[in-house]
Design a protein around this ligand. Structure first.
Ligand code: MG
Length: 379
């Protein structure tokens, strides 16, 4: 890194995590240089970001309607470019998979926010990281918490406890859940996030995906990862050691902090923009076991994790299709779990899949899920 300046590429720069990563970079202008930005279709915001940060490399998934001096490159090329030290993968869905692999193969540190990368292809991605001796730094708040708790420990954790806010509908009855509107589902009580992850947080599918992510990131069996409902979202996760000792990480629920930790690692830097927790005030920390019966998506995710193969990829694909239909107001909130469950029942898994087989499973499940949605809307 020579001068001590980290050269950063952000894939998914116009999304929620991407924009917050740029906030962090803005707060430390002498620490970072933005070398590449990649976006999807939000080219208006991308153009503003390019003007502000002046990276050499850029990408967008649609034809840009502006002119910019930099080089247009694919996300794989940006992620693995010689001028980049650290690549933030803040894309969504399967879009981050090939760029992550390209970055790891080129020896770039990866700050990973795109859950599906590890859920769909955890074995392949972690093997690439090991082979090229590079680190995958978690950006998700729960995984960042576990990572921070593990630092300095010689012993493996005995159990991980991922905390979950429970979303907006915790303790709702089945009939209340049936009537949930898109607007209600998009109103998360503690976190501000993109639409897809907000719906996944309401169904608790998100927590299931996070279990699979944690399993790969920390090489711990799925059955040693537990979920605790913690409505205040102040404890971001907990680890327990063999002697029964537990460590937790606490902070105000704001994604800027885990993003900053990954970008600045191993340094911890003061950032006046980040809200602080004052535990002397009145903070109540409560925990309760998760109700699997109320949130079938969580159980589906854990089943897919245990079955392995292409099941987790099929889970992601079916969920993405179902959530999109819910967001369009075409299916009920509770239909999401029914649809994903049907898709997984019909899925023919491949053990130890290649990337091509994972993508094929994704495609096939999407088609199958469209058919299931069609059938459901007829009855
Ligand atoms: Mg999370």
């Amino acid at each position: 890194m020579g001068s001590g300046v980290k050269r950063i590429a952000i894939l998914g720069s116009t999304g929620s995590i991407g924009q917050q990563a740029l906030d962090v970079i803005r707060a430390f202008p002498t620490k970072f240089q933005v070398r590449g930005l990649a976006a999807g279709e939000n080219i208006k915001l991308l153009e503003q970001q390019l003007e502000e940060f002046e990276p050499q490399l850029f990408y967008c998934s649609v034809e840009p309607d502006f002119s910019y001096q930099g080089k247009f490159m694919t996300m794989e090329e940006i992620a693995s470019h010689d001028d980049v030290d650290l690549t933030v993968i803040a894309t969504s869905g399967k879009a981050g998979l090939f760029p992550t692999i390209a970055a790891l193969q080129a020896g770039k540190t990866v700050a990973l926010a795109n859950k599906e990368v590890l859920v769909m292809a955890g074995n392949i991605v972690t093997t690439e990281a090991t082979q090229h001796d590079v680190q995958i730094l978690p950006v998700d708040s729960e995984h960042s918490a576990i990572w921070q708790c593990l630092l300095g420990e010689e012993s493996e954790p005995h159990r991980l406890f991922l905390t979950a806010s429970g979303g907006p509908f915790y303790h709702h009855s089945q009939s209340q859940l049936d009537r949930v509107t898109v607007e209600q589902a998009l109103r998360h009580p503690t976190w501000k996030m993109g639409k897809k992850v907000t719906i996944d947080s309401a169904t608790l599918m998100n927590k299931g995906l996070e279990v699979i992510e944690a399993h790969h990131l920390f090489a711990i069996p799925v059955d040693r990862i537990e979920i605790l409902v913690h409505p205040q979202s102040l404890v971001h996760s907990i680890i327990e050691f063999a002697d029964g000792s537990m460590k937790a990480q606490l902070s105000f629920p704001d994604m800027h902090l885990p993003i900053q930790y990954a970008l600045c690692y191993p340094e911890r830097l003061p950032n006046p923009e980040l809200p602080r927790l004052d535990l002397s005030r009145k903070e109540i920390l409560s925990f309760e076991p998760v109700d699997y019966a109320q949130f079938p998506c969580l159980k589906l995710a854990l089943d897919a994790a245990r079955l392995g193969g292409t099941y987790p990829a099929a889970l992601c694909a079916a969920d993405e299709v179902a959530v999109e239909f819910f967001l369009q107001g075409k299916i009920r909130f509770t239909d999401i779990a029914t649809i994903v469950s049907n898709a997984l029942e019909q899925h023919q898994s491949i053990a130890q899949p290649s990337i091509e087989e994972i993508f094929a499973a994704d495609e096939k499940t999407r088609e199958m899920t469209l058919q299931i949605v069609h059938d459901i809307s007829l009855c």
